[in-house]
Design a protein around this ligand. Sequence first.
Ligand SMILES: [Cu+2]
Length: 485
Amino acid sequence: MKRRDFIKTSMLGLSGLGLSGLGLSACGGGGMMGSIDLQPSLNTGVFTRPFFTPPEALSSISGITGNKVFDLSMQTGKKQFTGQGTTATMGINGQFLAPTLRMTKGETVDLNVFNALGQETTLHWHGMRVPSNMDGGPHQTISPNSIWKASYPVIQRASTNWYHPHAHGSTGSQVYAGLAGMLIVDDAESLALDLPKTYGTDDFPVIVQDRDMQADGTFRYSLSHMERMQGKKGNTILVNGVLDSVLDVQAKEVRLRLLNGSNSRIYNFALSGSTPFKLIATEQGLLAAPVPLTSITMSPGERAEIVVDLTALQGSSLSLLDLNTGMQLMQLKVNQAATAVTTTPSVLSTTLAPLTAAQSVKTRPFILSMGQGKVYINNKQMAMTRIDEAFTLNAIEILDIQNTSNMDHNFHIHGAYFQILSRNGAAPKAYETGLKDTVYLPANAKVQVIIQFTDHTAAATAPYMYHCHILEHEDAGMMGQLTVA
Ligand SMILES: [Cu+2]
């Protein structure tokens, strides 16, 4: 069967999802909406490669401090994605992507980061609430052939975070080359719950990234003017760096830690057959209760933990889809009997204390705009030497975030989490009521969030960042700097 025919056939299974108006045939199943380069996708809908679970990073305990120590090497590499051409890549302790860092609330971690890239970089712990000089933002540069030593106490709730470079102007190219990994925080509350939590058995990282692949399976980062404006989008979507992968799983509840690690693509994830799942956590940890869903939209940098109950599906398989493109991203093959089962509880967290608008002492506007080929926040472009916003430690504030452009953006802030108060004037849907650090703003959207910097001050010499996480926008200056005093 030709690939195009296969995709048309495989799309038939989606007709019940109301996708008929998606215009998929026009793009050959390649998911090229919003993309410049119309070459066809290398995703085939046939799952021939084994799913790759990034290994958990090795660590040691310092005999002097008792800290957990990770040694990380940011390095160049090469990789074949289709068995044909070889792509020049970057990875951490490997050729592409990075090992999963695992930390537990209450411990202190030391991270020795060696830069073997041959170019300046940084390493940012996205979602971690750490001192600003340990944040790995644009000011904590790591010169080639030097070591940056980060150290911080893990103070936050169990959550799925990630780490990636954040050097001003080169974040897009370095993440695209492969510098990204997951960072999972555990705590007593989450470990006590009857959730799937055996890494690589019923608890899996799912890092979704698109790449603009040539027919021979190679890719490289290059930007046209249009791509600078729209963000770099690719014709081919990888899961944990693998194309068309299949995951053998047990007939039980399975937890997928979804990360949109793409430079700019927005996904609407679903499972084939409209299979329901439970959303249990967003960026900053567990929701109060699971939210039943059949799809979830995620912009770059956002995370979502979902539980899929495969108990009754032994012998069958289902695929992870992106409804925005109609692409099948990977397959779950339920071909093993359960060795131990879990039952996701109806209450996940009793420690969430939502902030309310009445507690706010200030409303601070953030206008995301575009014009004359440039991207702005509050009509300014990022300047390393300018502080844009001064926050007060422990003050509760509303951030009034507005996308006045006709293009997708999102908003990510370092050093604190937030909760959504309203989206386009309406109360947030249940799936957006958790603690977050990144929020999607489609064209002309308006989102109000409430925030409180409770953990660390940030001096002007090491400010925290806020920015659009579409990496081409961030690199083009859609970013600002804040202090906390
Ligand atoms: Cu943007």
